[in-house]
Write a protein that binds this ligand. Structure first.
Ligand SMILES: Nc1ncnc2c1ncn2[C@@H]1O[C@H](COP(=O)(O)OP(=O)(O)OP(=O)(O)O)[C@@H](O)[C@H]1O
Length: 328
């Protein structure tokens, strides 16, 4: 299905000194399955980088290797200039990992949980209290700080889980599908927290299978499938891979055949598909072209009752690159 060449294949990333994370040629096999198959990317300070792909694409396996929880079969991970390797405690101190599974104590309050994990990270006294307050604020749980977390909603527990990952002020925050199964209010709070952290200069590695989240949060996005980065870039760069054409659907009655002929002659129009009561056009830059399209169709004798513009999104990019839908 894929026709366009990906802008950045899995060869060496064009990282620069000062990048928070540099991943080169990571490979991880489980028996015959290559779960991660030569993944390379980098993240600059203040950048949010997304791994967008369906379940089983290899996202969790990749971040487990980045966080030093899982050994790679080959490839390297460098965080804040230091190579991840066995026993590399110094490197791990730069990383805040927020796993999919919750790691909180239900009998403790939110504040007690954060204090406990803060102590594990070596924080004490006033610095610890100050950091716990900051984190409670960041994940929007200040007003529930004294409540036992067993009473929290799933979304609030997720937010606390993120707070725990942040307690030691990591340079790199890794979030593994942090909004799966949470209520819309918590989801929004999570997305706002990530935006705030990024605004403060934190580098974020964000995995998701939600296109909308990748589009909203990520400066650059890697489209991941079958253990490989199929394409990488900004949202705009990725969308050009689909050919960059939009769709305008004209619904109505009248002389659709004559309208189709007139529309085909317009410069922005790539193709016209005619049905009895509708025309579907592929066009360049639909928002600009729509006025002349409507005028031309009307002048040719079509009475319009509906005009709909569809622009390609990351879902279209994924489909274009892999031949599959992002969500089954
Ligand atoms: N411990 C393991 N043993 C065997 N196979 C595994 C193991 N962990 C992951 N896999 C396989 O590796 C592939 C990638 O899994 P991974 O969890 O990294 O994907 P993912 O993109 O994070 O998806 P999900 O969001 O569902 O976790 C899948 O085919 C999965 O079944």
């Amino acid at each position: 299905m894929s026709t366009a060449a990906p802008p950045r294949p899995d060869d060496a990333p064009d990282d620069v000194p000062g990048d928070v994370l540099v991943v080169r040629d990571l490979v991880r096999r489980y028996g015959d399955l290559t779960a991660v198959d030569g993944v390379s990317f980098f993240i600059a300070p203040g950048e949010t980088y997304g791994l967008l792909g369906p379940n089983g694409a290899g996202k969790t396996t990749t971040i487990s290797m980045v966080a030093g929880l899982l050994a790679a079969d080959s490839g390297t991970v460098t965080v804040a200039g230091r190579r991840m390797g066995p026993g590399e405690v110094g490197v791990k101190a730069h990383i805040g990992l927020v796993p999919q599974d919750l790691a909180i104590y239900p009998e403790l309050t939110a504040r007690e949980n954060l204090t406990f994990f803060g102590k594990l990270e070596g924080l004490r006294g006033a610095a610890l209290t100050r950091r716990v307050d900051e984190v409670l604020d960041l994940v929007a749980l200040s007003d529930r700080a004294r409540d036992a977390t067993k009473e929290f909603s799933g979304g609030m527990k997720r937010r606390l889980n993120i707070g725990i990952g942040l307690i030691h002020q990591p340079t790199l925050l890794i979030l593994d599908e942090p909004t799966v199964g949470v209520d819309p209010q918590s989801r929004n709070a999570i997305l706002e927290s990530v935006e705030a952290l990024s605004g403060e200069g934190m580098a974020v590695l964000y995995t998701t299978h939600y296109m909308e989240e990748a589009e909203r949060l990520c400066d650059r996005i890697a489209i991941v499938d079958s253990g490989r980065i199929q394409a990488e870039g900004t949202r705009g760069e990725l969308i050009t891979l689909t050919g960059g054409v939009d769709t305008i659907r004209l619904g109505g009655s009248g002389d659709t055949a004559r309208a189709a002929t007139a529309l085909r002659a317009l410069a922005p129009v790539v193709d016209v598909h005619a049905e009895r009561r509708a025309l579907t056009l592929t066009v360049h830059d639909a928002p600009t072209a729509v006025a002349v399209v409507v005028t031309t169709a009307t002048t040719a004798g079509m009475a319009l009752d509906d005009v709909e513009i569809t622009r390609p999104d990351l879902e279209s990019v994924f489909l274009h690159l892999t031949g599959k839908a992002l969500r089954d």
